[in-house]
Ligand binder design. Structure first.
Ligand code: SF4
Ligand code: SF4
Length: 260
């Protein structure tokens, strides 16, 4: 059987997904021997490709150059999979905080270097889906090894992967944890995609939302609850935006003027 051609690509992020793939120790030999790995910047130096069966992308898109590269990868690939919260939702770099627009913040950090701003052609961080069709998401910061292997295996067999459609709270309840919200802690489990095994609340730490926004959470309800617990509007907005990127910013825009 002809080996499937796979490309692994990295944009703006911490390279945690590449590291997680390399950490699949028991399966790594199979991955490298049964697939034709065309690109994998962290693991090999020859990274050329023309056509791919599967492209796996990590990191968010933050420059014009990355956007064009992403569009080339999409054209060359049959299936495109976004790995990790940055590629899926924009990551912490898309938290849209601070005064002014993105250019104002860039100028503050780079001391008004207009030349660098033009040369980098950089923009507010975006998920891959802002520019191309993404076939599958594997959220997580970093993604979970089992969910990566599950998704890759299903895609290779032309079947549909099934990741968790519910929020972190569901996994937290499976573990019979006491809810941290009852103790007044600002847990974002109700707003956050499941899949991590509710690891933080299981250790008495509130979820900060690192797996990205859940699909249909009740954002208004959690906002009101945290107000009742004594948190200020600014504190709540900051927490919600930490890993929520443009998705949460958009949800907040729709609800904020209705919440007193
Ligand atoms: S502790 Fe957090 S994750 Fe667990 S049930 Fe409460 S809100 Fe949900
Ligand atoms: S509980 Fe929340 S912050 Fe902790 S790993 Fe899971 S999604 Fe991330």
């Amino acid at each position: 059987m002809e080996k499937k051609k796979v490309g692994i690509f990295s944009f703006s992020g911490c390279s945690g997904e590449q590291l997680m793939i390399l950490d699949c120790e028991a399966q790594l030999l199979d991955i490298f021997s049964d697939l034709e790995i065309k690109t994998f910047p962290m693991a090999q130096s020859n990274n050329r490709y023309s056509e791919l069966d599967i492209a796996l992308l990590e990191g968010s898109i933050t420059t014009q150059h990355q956007k064009e590269e992403l569009q080339e990868i999409r054209k060359a690939s049959k299936v495109l999979i976004a790995m990790g919260t940055c590629a899926c939702f924009g990551g912490v770099q898309s938290m849209l905080l601070g005064k002014g627009g993105w250019k104002d913040r860039f100028m503050k950090v780079y001391e008004n270097n207009e030349g660098l701003y033009r040369e980098m052609a950089a923009f507010e961080s975006q998920p891959c889906s802002a520019f191309v069709k993404v076939d599958h998401l594997i959220p997580g910061c970093p993604m979970d090894k089992d969910q990566f292997l599950h998704t890759l295996s299903h895609v290779l067999h032309n079947t549909k992967p099934h990741l968790y459609p519910f929020p972190v709270c569901t996994e937290c309840k499976w573990k019979e944890n006491d809810c941290l919200l009852n103790r007044g802690l600002p847990c974002l489990g109700p707003l956050t995609r499941g899949g991590c095994g509710a690891i933080c609340p299981s250790h008495n730490l509130p979820c900060v939302g690192c797996w990205g926004p859940a699909e249909t959470p009740n954002t208004t309800s959690e906002f009101k609850l945290l107000l009742e617990k004594g948190y200020s509007r600014e504190e709540i907005i900051r927490k919600f935006r930490n890993f929520g990127g443009a998705v949460i910013a958009d949800r907040l825009r729709k609800i904020l003027d209705k919440i007193k």
